[in-house]
Design a protein around this ligand. Structure first.
Ligand code: UTP
Length: 276
């Protein structure tokens, strides 16, 4: 059973300095909701109710966000402002939270390995909160859980990107299996456009089977001493099966200034009444 979702949130968020000097990038609001709340709400929609975070030294506000805030909640009690807390209260009531710290930021692969004691020997979802996904129907994680139930192997979300932008992503080569679904054959981390095996880029949604921890342990650090999850996934794909899924929905790269501003405008227009 898939119950756990992992949020690697230990990264420094240097593209948002000075805002992220002492504040978590994942607490940046898109309109009135922090990125991490969009992520947890997406996981809950998919039935993942055990939320696990790999955090770092400047990330305490994430824990506070998912805890009770007696003062403010007492202050607005009985007023219409309580509506603004309804989603976070629902999350709090339905989910459990665990946290551990990554002491040295040695990459996403290393962050995921750090979560092993929290995750144990079960499949789990992974959401990178700075990739904000907005869908009309099921959340992206829910779409992926449906596929996991069918295939019982690691699933990664992909998106077609302009060829000149492949250097920002992990890029796959795959064999089409059915509509929007590919069996992964190759994967390259941040390739130059001329070296990219396709324009299908990995975005921040994964479902991983627990043998991924062994593959990460065997992965040698790459550029900048970082352990890449892409290398471990490629080993897993070669020894077994990894599926890549072209999800339905819209993704914003909120780890970049451009994507963050774009997401803010989009969500404001979509979810908010301008007369408010
Ligand atoms: P990014 O590459 O976006 O890095 O990491 P970052 O540090 O957050 O941001 P910039 O590039 O400095 O602006 C992708 C995801 O992996 C997590 C990050 O928190 C982010 O969600 N991560 C990355 C870790 O948890 N630990 C790491 O060592 C590296």
């Amino acid at each position: 059973m898939l119950k756990k979702c992992l949020y690697p949130v230990a990264g420094y968020g240097t593209r948002f300095l000075p805002a992220t000097k002492s504040m978590a990038k994942e607490m940046l609001p898109v309109v009135d909701k922090p990125l991490i709340q969009y992520a947890v709400s997406e996981a809950m929609d998919a039935g993942l109710v055990q939320q696990s975070f790999v955090t770092g030294r400047t990330k305490r506000s994430i824990e506070d966000h998912f805890d009770i805030s007696y003062e403010v909640e007492n202050e607005i009690k009985g007023s219409s402002k309580e509506d603004q807390l309804s989603e976070i209260r629902e999350i709090r009531e339905n989910c459990v939270f665990t946290y551990t710290r990554q002491r040295e930021m040695k990459g996403l692969g290393h962050a995921i390995l750090t979560s092993e004691p929290m995750i144990g020997d079960e499949p789990f979802g992974v959401i990178l909160a700075d990739d904000l996904c907005i869908t009309e129907g099921d959340s992206v994680m829910k779409q992926m859980v449906g596929l996991y139930k069918q295939f019982r192997c690691s699933i990664i979300a992909i998106e077609e990107v302009p060829k000149e932008e492949t250097y920002k992503y992990g890029v796959i080569a795959g064999e089409q299996f059915q509509d929007n679904l590919f069996k992964v054959k190759d994967m390259v981390e941040k390739p130059a456009p001329e070296d990219a095996p396709s324009n299908m880029a990995i975005i921040g949604r994964y479902i991983l089977t627990p043998d991924i921890f062994d593959y990460i342990r065997e992965t040698k650090p790459g550029a900048g001493g970082e352990v890449q999850i892409t290398d471990a996934l490629l080993a897993q794909a070669k020894n077994g099966c990894v599926m890549a899924y072209k999800f339905k929905g819209k993704r914003f790269d909120c780890g970049s200034l451009h994507g963050y501003v774009e997401a803010t405008n989009y969500c404001y227009n979509k979810f908010h009444d301008p007369s408010e």
